[in-house]
Design a protein. Structure first.
Length: 725
């Protein structure tokens, strides 16, 4: 009898457990507190309520349920729980990128549960679909907020305020209590920190940290761009003081500990407006008919010592930021523009890669180490290009293309012409091995003293630029190769670039086929050759900038890592960044590691350097976004003067809400909203990248040339609105 009774008791408990679990299964992402469960089971008596408490405890112990800090119980179906990163759309819904799944998980706005763009979250997949079809889910937990500070415009009411965040991927305003205004005035741009988001509240609470100024004001907007990405600007006083107290004089002890190359012809070639010169070339013909070429890099690591506040600040910044009107340097000016800058007619401490090259560009011997050098001359790219263009004709000794007089000696002319010949051979070999030539046109602005854009010009890479680029690539490649091939393996910082994914290539192929082009991606080499052919074929055509941009976007992003996979775009099996330590912290790490190994010391911690690599890659991405935003701002500012004017443009993007048009004359990009195209109702076709009129069949496709009128240049939203002519 006892066994039978015990058996019945077990069955009864099992059934009761199933009843409770079914409540959670019906809403797998929802949490319930004890009173809610009791209400759903109509448990009004003490005995049943105690039974619920006991069963909840048992189910939690068996890990079928989990209990949160707020006392809620949640279904613990780990098979459909994933961790990922939120990728918000401008419509307010999102996709969660999960490493272990083929496709991203779609999450509608109402199921984001306070998750923001780039937050690390736990997501429950309601219907996990195979074979690349769209799975749908709900965010169940915020694991880590990507950011808590935002930039926006404050709107002050009688008793409270809201900050309307500028970022289009931010779907909510932030509520500000009157005590947290921080003297902000209505309509000003501010930096706000989100402090909490209470249950059942439409908006999170926050407090104003900093008042930036009036929207649309140039300096305010530049500060706002930096603040949006939480990027630094001025150096803390203690960091500046530390830097200014550094001993920057070169002593006899410094010189004796280095290879002295001050007697070798040395020069720099940089943009005319450059203030920091972190690389120089030296040239010397050898008696055996070969050439000694030195790539000399500012020895930043001599001054930037580990475990100092200066080094900590440089690491945190990780990169210099180049906005359209200013540079936010990684290092204080005493180093970036003075001690470490390879200015002409000054002895400088350098870290060098010195090569003996044959007349075909072949590396016969190499040497790496610390040097002392003396730059004989500073040339702008335009001046070096003038020498290359002059070739065998006599170079005008007094010519000045940058507003400064300079003298071109016969030795300097011979050096530049020979180096250019060697650079062409190095470049040719690179492309033979599968390197890809991305010479995208850069948009620049002629600015007045008040930073008003007076004109747009395009920066293209000429022979002088390519000369410098080729020798910097040689140094980066050979330094990486020197360490990377050593046995046993040593920890090092590599610049990695993976092969593009097949999905991206297929998407690119589909777009360019509309212009009559084709990719061949059977092998990595055939792909690189067909991309190079594509980039050459579009030169000078209306679709050039569009195709260049799309081809670059189809590539994987380059990043820093201790795990070397080579650099696909350059076709180098080993590649590092060695040549710009004034503006890139990874180059500082490379210098330190290289010297460490040249001194015969053991390998460094891989885990430590991998963390540093991830930080530097993340900061590089943020600075790139800030730089793009500053260009967009200046484009809108420039186009304000042209509201109402008509331009010819090329359709550069097609979406379900509008078409983007890039103006041929100045590369400024704006949008025509579909609902504002007159005469028809237009439907987006994602397969053909076009919009088609429902009644007329009129279509507008990616790459089409059309005339548009500038409707509005909104400086605050950084938007250009066009309308069809």
């Amino acid at each position: 009898m006892r066994k039978q009774k015990h058996h019945k008791s077990n069955k009864s408990s099992e059934k009761f457990s199933h009843q409770i679990l079914n409540i959670f299964r019906k809403q797998p992402t929802k949490g319930f507190k004890f009173p809610q469960i009791a209400e759903k089971l109509n448990a009004n008596d003490t005995k049943t309520r105690n039974r619920i408490i006991r069963t909840l405890g048992e189910l939690t112990a068996k890990k079928k349920l989990v209990q949160t800090q707020s006392g809620q119980f949640q279904f613990n179906d780990t098979s459909n729980l994933f961790e990922g990163e939120v990728d918000m759309t401008n419509r307010g819904d999102a996709y969660i990128k999960v490493d272990d799944l083929e496709t991203d998980i779609y999450v509608p706005a109402k199921k984001l549960n306070t998750a923001f763009h780039k937050d690390k979250v736990e997501v429950y997949v309601v219907n996990l679909k195979p074979h690349g079809r769209k799975s749908e889910g709900e965010v169940t937990k915020i694991i880590e907020r990507y950011k808590s500070k935002f930039v926006g415009k404050i709107e002050i009411n009688e008793r409270f305020a809201f900050v309307i965040v500028q970022d289009p991927k931010m779907y909510t305003d932030i509520f500000i209590d009157k005590s947290d205004y921080n003297n902000a005035k209505n309509g000003e741009l501010v930096v706000v920190e989100m402090t909490k988001w209470q249950d059942n509240k439409d908006s999170p609470n926050g407090k104003v940290l900093e008042v930036l100024g009036t929207p649309g004001d140039h300096n305010t907007e530049m500060h706002a761009i930096l603040a949006q990405y939480d990027l630094p600007e001025a150096f803390p006083e203690e960091v500046s003081n530390f830097a200014n107290q550094l001993k920057t004089d070169i002593t006899q002890k410094d010189i004796k500990s280095r290879r002295d190359m001050r007697e070798v012809l040395t020069f720099t070639i940089d943009p005319a407006t450059a203030k920091d010169f972190d690389d120089a070339l030296s040239f010397r013909p050898l008696k055996n008919g070969n050439f000694e070429v030195g790539i000399h890099i500012a020895d930043v690591s001599h001054y930037l010592q580990p475990d100092t506040i200066l080094d900590e600040e440089a690491y945190n910044r990780a990169t210099s930021i180049y906005l359209v009107d200013r540079v936010v340097p990684m290092l204080p000016e005493i180093l970036s523009n003075d001690a470490c800058s390879l200015r002409p007619n000054e002895d400088k401490l350098t870290f060098s890669a010195v090569f003996e090259l044959g007349d075909n560009g072949q590396v016969i011997q190499q040497w790496f180490g610390r040097t002392v050098t003396h730059s004989n001359q500073r040339l702008a790219y335009e001046e070096a290009q003038y020498i290359l263009d002059a070739k065998d004709t006599k170079v005008d000794q007094s010519v000045s293309l940058t507003g400064k007089s300079y003298h071109v000696s016969d030795d300097l002319k011979e050096a530049i012409l020979t180096l250019n010949t060697l650079a062409k051979q190095l470049r040719h070999k690179r492309f033979q091995k599968g390197a890809i030539s991305f010479d995208k046109v850069e948009v620049n602005f002629n600015l007045s003293e008040d930073n008003e854009p007076e004109g747009v010009y395009f920066k293209t890479s000429k022979a002088a630029n390519k000369l410098i680029e080729e020798f910097m690539l040689l140094a980066n490649k050979k330094v990486s190769e020197f360490i990377g091939k050593q046995k046993p393996t040593k920890t090092f910082v590599y610049r990695c670039h993976d092969e593009p994914s097949e999905d991206r290539l297929e998407a690119l192929d589909k777009i360019i086929s509309q212009f009559g082009y084709k990719l061949n991606y059977k092998t990595p080499k055939s792909l690189s050759q067909s991309i190079n052919k594509l980039l050459k074929d579009v030169e000078g055509k209306n679709e050039q900038n569009l195709v260049d941009t799309l081809a670059i976007r189809s590539m994987s992003k380059a990043y820093y890592s201790t795990q070397n996979i080579g650099h696909y775009g350059l076709a180098f099996p080993y590649y590092s960044h060695f040549t710009s330590p004034i503006r890139r912290y990874p180059d500082v790490m490379v210098h330190r590691l290289l010297q460490h190994y040249l001194d015969g010391k053991s390998s460094q911690s891989e885990a430590l350097y991998e963390d540093k690599c991830k930080h530097c890659s993340a900061m590089e991405n943020l600075s790139t976004n800030a730089e793009r935003d500053s260009i967009k701002f200046m484009q809108v500012k420039f186009m304000q003067k042209h509201e109402g004017e008509i331009f010819t443009g090329v359709i550069s993007g097609v979406t379900d809400f509008g078409i983007f048009v890039e103006l041929i004359e100045n590369k400024c990009e704006g949008m025509i909203r579909l609902k504002e195209i007159p005469g028809d109702y237009y439907i987006f076709d994602p397969e053909t990248y076009e919009v088609v009129g429902k009644k007329t069949g009129q279509s507008y496709r990616l790459g089409d040339e059309i005339d548009v009128q500038v409707k509005k240049a909104d400086l605050i939203k950084r938007n250009l609105d066009f309308e069809m002519v």
